[in-house]
Design a binder for this molecule. Structure first.
Ligand SMILES: N[C@@H](CCC(=O)N[C@@H](CS)C(=O)NCC(=O)O)C(=O)O
Length: 216
């Protein structure tokens, strides 16, 4: 087995790459990194100085692959399975990457800002930043709700990398501010994602760690 995934089961961006790994039953060695542990953090930083997971290591090719979208591209290229994550048509591929970026940058990153603020010490909170993040996330959720009116998946009938990005982004956005009443289509999409066996498995494995999630 050549692949090692450095990850944490509660991390939203790690969920994004666990989904494609489980979709295709790609063999890999999970390496859980506890960033609260100084030694583990130092070892992980030695691998990737940015210090953010997921990071995939491919021992066979001697590649170290950070960044969730790039990891999915790498898996699609070198470990193709029954589910392909990037369409072969260049226009569809570009649209898929755009939608992947949309879920990361316009939902997931704002959600991280909101959750991250809960971990800040009293007196060092960023109320304005959180308010702005909430407003931007709301706009993006409205756009998802409109886009998902008739499609099962982000790119239409086919499950792609964009859906791998959507699953953690929408799941955690909904945990932060439940949107079932306001955005019916986005909510139905999240329900479809949550029923997908690869994501069911990710959520099940995260369950023992949910107590670590900072409450609002
Ligand atoms: N753009 C990166 C974002 C990765 C990221 O934000 N990871 C978070 C966990 S979800 C992390 O490692 N946070 C730890 C830290 O910032 O110290 C990706 O797509 O992989």
């Amino acid at each position: 087995m050549s692949l090692t995934l450095h990850y944490h089961p509660l991390s939203s961006y790690c969920w994004k790459v666990l989904i494609p790994l489980y979709e295709n039953g790609t063999p890999f060695m999970p390496h859980l990194v506890d960033l609260r542990d100084e030694k583990e953090r130092a070892e992980f930083n030695a691998l990737w100085r940015i210090g953010k997971f997921p990071v995939l290591q491919d021992g066979a090719r001697d590649w170290m692959v950070p960044e969730s979208s790039i990891i999915i591209e790498y898996l699609d290229q070198h470990f193709p399975g029954k589910t392909r994550f990037i369409p072969s048509d260049p226009d569809l591929a570009r649209q898929t990457r755009m939608r992947d970026r949309f879920f990361d940058l316009h939902i997931q990153d704002h959600m991280q800002k909101i959750v991250g603020d809960r971990l800040r010490p009293a007196g060092q909170k960023d109320a304005l930043g959180v308010e702005q993040a909430r407003a931007k996330m709301k706009t993006a959720l409205e756009m998802v709700d409109q886009a998902m009116e008739s499609n099962p998946w982000a790119m239409g009938d086919t499950f792609t990398m964009a859906d791998c990005a959507a699953a953690p982004a929408l799941w955690y956005a909904n945990a932060v501010t439940p949107f079932g009443d306001s955005y019916k289509n986005a909510s139905a999409y999240l329900a479809r994602l949550s029923a997908r066996p690869s994501f069911v498995r990710v959520l099940k494995e995260a369950e023992p760690y949910f107590a670590m999630f900072p409450k609002g």
